[in-house]
Write a new protein. Structure first.
Length: 213
């Protein structure tokens, strides 16, 4: 199925502060991926108890896109994890919905404006080791790999990717989810999300967008 710095200024002091504190914003123009009507889907086959995923941009204001999404989730670990964010996700049996995901999608990267997951998700020009603070939580997303060759399978092609790891807050690890890894590409945006569980296993949810950067 097809389907989920601006900070760098002109003076050395700001550059130093950015390296120390992490990348907190992105610049660049909003791309076609952030426009109203763009849709997102995932695999046609159920993945780890998740099926029927679909999402679309329902609003664009001040450069920030709002997404409505839904999925059928029969995986209790994932349901427990999502239940930690009642302001974002509504859970009715196995049906999970949201209309609260807000992303800034630009030619430079992706930033989340949803209060539960704030901050830069990926800046395409980042290097391995660069960090993006998740609001004031004390948690950082961190670039853990960046390919120099087309080696990641996406649809019927291979692409270069940058992968960003996000630890799960200790209070939410009881759900069994320990971290997320966002897999992104400068042309196709976020192309997959890897979910890691406390037994060492992981599941990958590919994301396919109806537009490109």
């Amino acid at each position: 199925m097809k389907t989920f710095p601006f900070i760098f200024s002109l003076i050395p002091f700001i550059l130093f502060s950015c390296k120390k504190d992490g990348i907190k914003d992105i610049s660049g123009n909003v791309t076609a991926m952030g426009q109203v009507g763009v849709t997102v889907s995932s695999s046609q086959q159920p993945i780890q108890g998740v099926s029927n995923f679909n999402a679309s941009v329902v609003a664009l204001q001040d450069g920030v896109s709002t997404y409505a999404a839904s999925a059928t989730v029969s995986n209790n670990l994932l349901l427990n994890f999502l239940s930690n964010y009642p302001d974002v996700f509504t859970i009715n049996g196995n049906i999970v919905t949201t209309n609260s995901i807000r992303l800034k999608q630009t030619s430079e990267g992706v930033k989340c404006e949803t209060p539960a997951f704030p901050g830069v998700v990926v800046k395409y020009s980042s290097k391995v080791g660069d960090k993006y603070p998740v609001g004031n939580t004390g948690i950082n997303r961190q670039v853990v790999s960046k390919s120099t060759e087309d080696d990641y399978p996406y649809g019927f092609m291979l692409i270069k990717t940058i992968q960003v790891e996000q630890p799960i807050p200790a209070a939410h690890k009881l759900s069994g989810v320990t971290k997320l890894v966002y897999v992104a590409n400068h042309r196709f945006g976020i192309v997959a999300v890897d979910v890691y569980f406390d037994d060492g296993s992981k599941v990958t949810f590919p994301l396919y967008w109806s537009a490109e950067n």
